[in-house]
Ligand binder design. Structure first.
Ligand code: GLU
Length: 561
């Protein structure tokens, strides 16, 4: 067979040579050790948590090493692109501050354009490039056209699956089709020409020469040393419409774009034999690979299952509406990626999470457990360390989009709102009251007369008269100018007069000897003023509310008793 002739026959319009293509994609001029990584999502319209996890690894490895992180849109999959999917994807990356150096971006006029010298960055615009290398493989006798139709292929696959139909007519026919398919590996030029003349569509298959009994040593940077069988499957390189499969596009793109580290999900591990063969056939040096562990979640039966796209927390955009700050999600992902992150952060409190020396060696090898409780812990911690101004700005920004009514209140008197946010903040042990912006409103709503309501009752075990007496005593003596001690002494006195001791030791020793203690007295006042049994420090709360509001609340509580 004259393979060059076959190549010209199949790709008459491909005139560029592989060398000419290579010349357009020179080695990148980067310092020693710099990594080139890429995030390569399919434009389905949303970024999955597992995708963000990978994108963060990409971003960190590239930027920590002075390298390049680029974005490639993998839009070769059968279904046509969902309108706006790329925009949505870019928006998510921007929201999370995952900054890439090259890729696609949205121009001023709203169209999507390339930035960077190694494009196009959308696979659908790279057909010419794939065809150059496809032609080369055909010319070297490493790939061949296969005219077996989709339907025939389906039948052959069914024959493999259904053992019970063995030896039926149907099975025999399917086996004949399989034989006919395999025979195409050795087609003569005349046979190929005949099909082409008839206008028969074809896919381009690799001519696999591997023996799965032979194993290739392979080191994955996360999974460690692996033994990968050689590939003996004539897998498809180009589909009948000339669009490449993932495998072929991966080899051509990552080679030309000079990727040094491929970070992708472990579901691609079984495809490694194909990729090793393809890179060898093409004469390309393989990049390094990091196959990331699946993201798992606990299921109802105490087991673990894959975080699927229908699960809460699977879509990155949902975190924003749930009210998580982007940096909280980042920090949570870092805790999943490197188990020493939290310890590092505790020791380097003043540093940004972006200063953390992310290390591939500390990545989890098998499943990574997604857990809202842990996310909430991390979030509470992160939010507690913000200044009042910072949390104010972020909450306002979030509420503008998700809770306009709350937004109006927050911004009506910024100085007042900031005083609310300042309570319990800034010291050594800041309060950790909320994990999300969504939780802030129910937590601080009592500060606003428009939102204030009695959420909890006075516990029934206390006599109404006592509650009344406490509130009356408080209303008579409260003076916002009192310092904390003076304020507390007054409350103690009110309680003592009613048989509520301020001596906690005595109370603990013999609770029956008292009606209650000073904490109960404070609780009556707290419920009257905040509508709840729990709140931050009452003295601080009252200082922010101001004397008029405090007294008005106590008076209306008395009226309602
Ligand atoms: N488009 C592929 C995916 O979404 C990318 C895999 C890779 O990063 O190579 O799974």
């Amino acid at each position: 067979m004259d393979f060059q002739y076959l190549a010209d026959l199949l790709f008459p319009n491909v005139t560029m040579t592989p060398e000419e293509v290579e010349a357009k994609y020179p080695e990148r001029n980067l310092p020693e050790g710099a990594k080139v990584t890429r995030f390569a999502p399919s434009p389905t319209g949303f970024v999955h948590f597992g995708g963000m996890y990978q994108a963060i690894v990409d971003e960190r490895l590239a930027h920590q090493s002075g390298g390049v992180f680029y974005l490639r849109i993998e839009d070769t999959d059968g279904q046509r692109e969902i309108a706006g999917a790329v925009d949505a994807l870019l928006k998510t990356l921007e929201t999370y501050g995952v900054s890439y150096d090259e890729g696609v971006e949205i121009a001023e006029d709203g169209t999507i354009r390339d930035k960077g010298d190694y494009g196009p960055y959308k696979q659908s615009q790279r057909a010419d490039l794939y065809h150059v290398f496809a032609k080369k493989l055909v010319a070297e006798g490493k790939a061949y056209p296969c005219f077996t139709t989709e339907e025939e292929l389906e039948e052959i696959q069914q024959a493999d699956k259904k053992a019970e139909i063995k030896n039926t007519d149907w099975h025999v026919a399917a086996e004949q089709k399989r034989a006919a398919m395999l025979a195409q590996r050795n087609f003569t030029i005349e046979e190929v020409e005949e099909h082409l003349k008839a206008g028969d569509p074809f896919v381009l298959r690799i001519l696999a020469n591997g023996d799965p009994e032979n194993k290739t040593k392979f080191t994955d940077l996360v999974k460690g040393n692996l033994e990968v069988p050689e590939n003996d499957e004539d897998f498809v390189l180009l589909k009948s419409d000339g669009i490449p499969t993932y495998h072929f596009a991966h080899a051509v793109d990552d080679h030309l774009m000079k990727t040094t580290h491929v970070i992708r999900g472990e579901d691609w591990l079984p495809s490694l034999p194909k990729h090793i063969q393809l890179f060898r056939y093409l004469g390309f040096k393989m990049p390094k690979y990091l196959h990331t562990a699946q993201i798992l979640k606990s299921d109802e039966n105490g087991g673990k299952k894959k975080l699927s796209k229908r699960d809460m927390g699977a879509k990155m955009d949902d975190y924003r509406s749930m009210g998580y700050a982007t940096e909280c999600v980042w920090e949570y992902i870092l805790t999943l990626l490197n188990s020493n992150f939290e310890e590092w952060h505790a020791q380097n409190a003043a540093k940004s999470y972006l200063d953390f020396p992310f290390n591939i060696k500390k990545m989890s090898v098998s499943g990574c457990l997604f857990d809202f409780n842990k996310l909430n812990d991390v979030s509470k911690n992160v939010l507690s360390k913000l200044t009042a101004d910072e949390i104010y700005e972020k909450t306002v920004d979030w509420a503008a989009e998700f809770d306009p009514e709350f937004h109006a209140l927050l911004t009506a008197d910024p100085a007042y709102t900031k005083k609310i946010f300042a309570i319990g903040r800034g010291g050594k042990k800041p309060r950790k009251d909320y994990a999300t912006f969504r939780e802030i409103r129910p937590f601080i709503d009592f500060f606003y007369d428009d939102l204030f309501k009695m959420k909890e009752e006075y516990p029934e075990k206390f006599a109404k008269e006592d509650v009344r007496a406490v509130l009356e005593g408080f209303a008579e003596t409260y003076n916002a100018a009192d310092d904390m001690n003076a304020w507390f002494e007054k409350i103690q006195k009110i309680g003592e007069a009613l048989g509520y001791t301020a001596d906690m030791k005595a109370y603990k020793a013999d609770p029956e000897a008292f009606k209650g203690n000073v904490a109960d007295v404070s609780m009556f006042i707290r419920i009257a003023v905040t509508g709840k049994q729990n709140s931050p420090d009452m003295y601080a709360v009252m200082q922010v509310l101001g004397e008029d509001r405090v007294l008005a609340r106590v008076k209306s509580a008395l009226a309602a008793l």
